[in-house]
Structures are given as structure tokens and as C-alpha cells.
Design a protein around this ligand. Structure first.
Ligand code: NI
Length: 136
């Protein structure tokens, strides 16, 4: 079994808040990410897949094809978008790094199987210091 990771980047806007909290309570719980007028992050998405290396190519998967799959499945929906308002698979969810990592997993898991590999991990970095990892 071998693992390989592709990084993709996107930037997007969001707001962390609950309608049933006041702006003050949202600020207390969610910090600067609760800004009522939105803000953006430069996200880094690391998709790790696992499987066996092909003796013919020496590859687990063709990373160009994996990159295209990730971009066409999720990046196109996220890049330069408002996660709260515009991203179909995040509707009704808090736009946290954790929930976004799970949402991305759910969008790409089946697609990865078409490459003859299995999805192992979705790691999403919201900033240099904060990231979430989801293993299904
Ligand atoms: Ni934020």
C-alpha cells in the first residue's frame, strides 16, 4: 500500500456564526471569523489517496488526472466563492474548516474510486497555523 498527496489551492469567503446568537455572542464563540461583513481565506487542500503502484507506470494514480478531478469536482465550486451562500454541499452547515473538510471528502470519495485508488485523507488548511484532517 502506498499513499500519495496532491495539493490544490483556492480562496473563498465565509462567516462563522449562528443566527440564534447575537453578534456579541458570535464574536465570543467564533472570533474574527464571525465578522458580519464576511472575510476570506487562502485555503490549501491536501488530498491523499492510497492503493497499489502500477508496475506499468510506477504510479499509484496519475497526479495530473487526480488534480483535474479535484478541480472539476470541488475547486470549481469553492474558488472565489462565498462558502455560506454559494457552495451547494455546505448549505445548512457552519462554514468551519472541519465541516468543509468533511464536505469535500463526501464530494470526491466516489470519484477517486474511478482512478483505481481509495481516498485516505482530506486535509484542509485555512491558514498557516490552522488545519483539519478527515479520514472518513
Ligand atoms: Ni474565517
Amino acid at each position: 500500500m502506498i499513499y500519495i498527496t496532491r495539493r490544490e489551492r483556492f480562496n473563498a469567503a465565509h462567516r462563522l456564526y449562528r443566527n440564534d446568537f447575537s453578534d456579541e455572542k458570535n464574536l465570543e464563540v467564533f472570533g474574527k471569523c464571525s465578522n458580519p461583513n464576511w472575510h476570506g481565506h487562502n485555503y490549501e487542500l491536501f488530498v491523499t489517496v492510497k492503493g497499489e503502484t502500477s508496475p506499468e507506470t510506477g504510479f499509484l494514480v496519475n497526479l495530473k488526472i487526480l488534480s483535474k478531478l479535484i478541480r472539476e469536482t470541488v475547486i470549481v465550486k469553492l474558488d472565489h466563492k462565498n462558502i455560506n451562500l454559494e457552495v451547494d454541499f455546505m448549505q445548512g452547515k457552519l462554514a468551519s474548516t472541519e465541516n468543509l473538510a468533511v464536505g469535500i471528502w463526501n464530494e470526491i470519495e466516489e470519484e477517486i474510486k474511478s482512478l483505481g485508488a481509495e481516498l485516505h485523507c482530506v486535509k484542509l488548511s485555512e491558514s498557516e497555523n490552522n488545519s483539519a484532517e478527515y479520514y472518513g
